[in-house]
Write a protein that binds this ligand. Structure first.
Ligand code: ACO
Length: 312
């Protein structure tokens, strides 16, 4: 078994910003209601012709530039998206050609907001047993396309964006942590779905409660299976859906506030892209140092959920 490491991050957010004040003009809501219930102030919205693959390519270029890795060195591209450009070809194939990843095998996965952790877990298997040496994950979401902009229950929550990482096999056996746990339960399919292939439909209140419980349980499980305590985690990056969910989770796990990364206020919920956008931002701000243990946790439609602990 080989060791593996995330060696580069990158992201892209569309230029257009939609604020709570803008939403006040579109539906019966208020900045005060949105802020107190969700912590969200702004979200980025893609241009009409800006697809998930177009955003993914921009994020991918950013990751490649920062990594110094050549496009032809990437052997595996996993793309997580709930908003693919079309049924087929996969968004991954479109991003592959846009980035010139001519030696990569490319495919999409569908796990809604848990897409980044599902992708990490897939890449982990291929790299650890040695099938590939260098993999790229891109999470790209254009939720603005599946939002009913007249539904105040959902239109305030989501935003568009893309982000990802390059993960590399370590040629020497290493002992650094790289652990993922993923779970799913289809009996909750109706609670959060795009039933008519058109708009998101969500029972927000129930989702809220199950999300906190599931993410609390899975983070406890992954810490235990790595033999770690919350004090060992340098930075906790939860899925950015709602500030109240993040705070409840932080309190449940007794993680000090300064160790919890939060940027939901600026992006809203960007589904699969939310954790890698936050990871990239935290890295660019210099908040992560070599050897730090970072914990991710996500929850989304399916239901799907998952947690990861990695060493930087
Ligand atoms: N502005 C003003 N009022 C609103 C709005 C709005 N945008 N949206 C709903 N309301 C009203 C409702 O109609 C309701 O009014 P009523 O009492 O007269 O019927 C009232 O506010 C309370 O509604 P609730 O749904 O009970 O409000 P709640 O406190 O649960 O907050 C929210 C709603 C923010 C959606 C919350 O349930 C939530 O965040 N759930 C999690 C959903 C989520 O994040 N999903 C994303 C995917 S899963 C994940 O990523 C974790």
């Amino acid at each position: 078994m080989f060791g593996i490491k995330i060696i580069a991050t990158g992201s892209y957010a569309p230029k257009k910003v939609l604020s709570n004040a803008d939403l006040e003009k579109m539906v019966d809501t208020s900045d005060e209601w949105i802020t107190t219930r969700t912590g969200i102030k702004n979200r980025h919205i893609a241009a009409k012709n800006e697809t998930a693959s177009a955003m993914g390519i921009k994020a991918g270029k950013n990751i490649l530039e920062k990594s110094g890795i050549k496009p032809e060195e990437i052997e595996l591209l996993v793309v997580a998206t709930a908003t693919p450009d079309m049924n087929f070809p996969s968004t991954a194939c479109l991003i592959q050609t846009g980035l010139g990843l001519k030696n990569a095998v490319a495919f999409d996965i569908s796990a809604a907001c848990s897409g980044f952790i599902y992708s990490l877990s897939i890449v982990e298997q291929y790299l650890k047993i040695g099938t590939y040496s260098t993999a790229m994950i891109i999470c790209t979401e254009k939720f603005s396309e599946i939002i009913n902009w007249e539904d105040r229950n959902t239109c305030i929550l989501f935003g568009d964006g893309a982000a990802g990482v390059i993960v590399k096999r370590e040629e020497e056996q290493n002992t650094s942590v790289f652990k993922n746990i993923i779970k799913s339960d289809g009996k909750y399919a109706d609670l959060l779905a795009v039933p008519d292939r058109k708009y998101i439909d969500m029972k927000g209140n129930t989702v809220f409660k199950i999300a906190i419980r599931s993410m609390g349980d899975i983070t406890t499980e992954i810490l235990k299976s790595c033999g770690l305590k919350t004090e060992d985690i340098a930075l906790f990056i939860p899925h950015q859906a709602n500030l109240r969910i993040i705070n409840a989770l932080g309190d449940l796990l007794k993680i000090p506030k300064e160790k919890v990364y939060i940027n939901v206020g600026e992006y809203g919920n960007t589904s699969a892209a939310s954790i890698p956008i936050a990871l990239n931002e935290a890295d660019e701000k210099g908040l992560i140092k070599k050897g730090d243990k970072i914990m991710f946790v996500a929850f989304g439609g399916g239901f799907t959920w998952g947690a990861s602990i990695i060493e930087w």
